[in-house]
Design a protein around this ligand. Structure first.
Ligand SMILES: Cc1ncc(COP(=O)(O)O)c(C=O)c1O
Length: 426
């Protein structure tokens, strides 16, 4: 019998919880987890509509992953960046196979922020330029560098650290109420900044935690053309929108263009091992054949993590999870629309595949203050009590269940969310 109270108190004393004042941290005590279900130490069952932290795309308690971990553990190898290992070679081949176009060579990292940091370093080395263009409603990671390049409100305590950060608005009309041609704005910003100073444009394939903004079909192709025109590298951050989340391997695959660099993480190893990566085009890769690659990590391409990622990729394929995400995604969209039609508090719903956002009427667009944060926290608690775990950000819910979810589990979770939202008093 595990004494969870003792563990909680020990963790409170000796370990930090991220993104929270420590006294308000909400520890999870999970006794068992299977598929989309979490069973807490209290016995309560929770539908995980957050895929843990947007990484458990394969679901929980995955037998194929457990087998791959057991096999890897029987041949323990201390990682070395230059180590040659079958799982490393296989992962390089797998990523080249599933990544779009000529993105054939990967630099592996431990997390998404590190992947984006290295992508920017590569773009700077490849272009000799230093500015980076991102969007206001973006999140690219929590390292000092990546929080500074992100537009997300979490950058605010660290503003001023970086030079050369340029941001433009997201493809999202609410707020102003007007539809703005943000690619036209980007074009003008590039002209004003001076294209010869701009190394790259870094955008989430499809904006994740900041609101699931699905752009129009010509958005990415127009940005691709702008980058081509000015010799600016285009980086797609697929850390959240990759690995089947939107019904295709990568969010960018919906738009028929190939970025110069793509970063991946989260679903790459299904949340079972820390692994992420930067996948680059043949042209960029070739450049470093005779030039120094100023990037490195002690735990680069650890064979254990590579084995887990290979098992994850094989599970995405053998379990047809991309197809399931597409099919369930249609149901998710239809059910969200019907939820909105019945509830005047819901201002807007957006989704693609199994990634969705619900905006509530008094949507706080950017900087939440004390009371608004408390409201979000109460809503999160009500959802949790009703048996659903999802992200609540101010007045917005972000839903991203594991890709193995069944039609009835999806309907069950949406029904619970609908009931909580129809009962909202404040
Ligand atoms: C789009 C995107 N990029 C990068 C990151 C950072 O990844 P990590 O937390 O693994 O550093 C995240 C994490 O939420 C993300 O959603």
């Amino acid at each position: 019998m595990i004494d969870y109270d003792a563990l909680v108190s020990s963790q409170r004393q000796h370990l930090f919880y991220p993104w929270t004042t420590q006294n308000k941290a909400k520890p999870f005590c999970i006794e068992n987890a299977q598929g989309v279900w979490l069973t807490l130490s209290t016995g309560q069952k929770i539908l995980d509509f957050n895929s843990s932290i947007f990484n458990a795309n394969l679901g929980h308690g995955h037998a194929g992953i457990a087998a791959a971990m057991q096999k890897a553990a029987l041949d323990p190898k201390v990682g070395h960046p230059a180590l040659v290992h079958p799982e490393k070679a296989k992962l390089g081949e797998n990523l080249a196979r599933i990544a779009p176009g000529d993105l054939n060579k990967t630099f592996l990292t431990l997390g998404g922020a590190e992947a984006n940091e290295n992508a920017i370093k590569i773009a700077r080395m490849a272009t000799g330029r230093y500015k980076v263009i991102t969007r206001y409603r973006s999140y690219h990671g929590a390292t000092l560098g990546m929080i500074g390049y992100s537009g997300d409100y979490r950058r605010i305590p660290f503003d001023g650290t970086l030079t050369g950060v340029v941001r433009f608005p997201d493809p999202y009309p609410r707020g102003s109420g007007q539809k703005i041609d943000t690619v036209r704005l980007l074009e003008e910003i590039i002209e004003i900044e001076g294209p010869e100073t701009i190394a790259c444009v870094l955008l989430e394939g499809i904006t994740g935690a900041n609101g699931v903004f699905v752009p129009e079909a010509d958005y990415w192709p127009r940005i691709r053309a702008l980058c081509n025109k000015h010799g600016i590298l285009l980086i797609a951050d697929e850390v959240m929108s990759g690995f089947g989340r939107t019904g295709k391997w990568f969010g960018i695959d919906h738009f028929g263009i190939v970025p110069d660099i793509m970063t991946v993480g989260k679903g790459l190893a299904g949340g079972y091992a820390p692994l992420a990566g930067v996948i680059v085009s043949d042209q960029i890769a070739a450049r470093f054949d005779n030039e120094m690659l100023w990037c490195g990590l002690t735990h680069y391409a650890h064979p254990f993590c590579c084995a887990v990622a290979n098992a994850a990729i094989s599970a995405y394929e053998s379990e047809h999870l991309l197809e399931n995400a597409t099919q369930r995604g249609f149901e998710l969209k239809a059910q969200l629309e019907s939820m909105q039609a019945k509830n005047s508090r819901i201002a807007e719903v957006r989704s693609i595949g199994l990634m969705a956002a619900i905006d509530l009427e008094n949507f706080v667009t950017y900087r939440a203050k004390g009371k608004e944060l408390e409201k979000a926290s109460r809503l999160h608690e009500r959802l949790w009590e009703s048996g659903v775990y999802c992200t609540v950000r101010f007045g917005m819910l972000v839903l991203a269940p594991p890709l193995c979810i069944t039609a009835s589990e999806l309907a069950d979770g949406l029904n619970r969310i609908g009931l909580v939202l129809s009962d909202l008093k404040d």
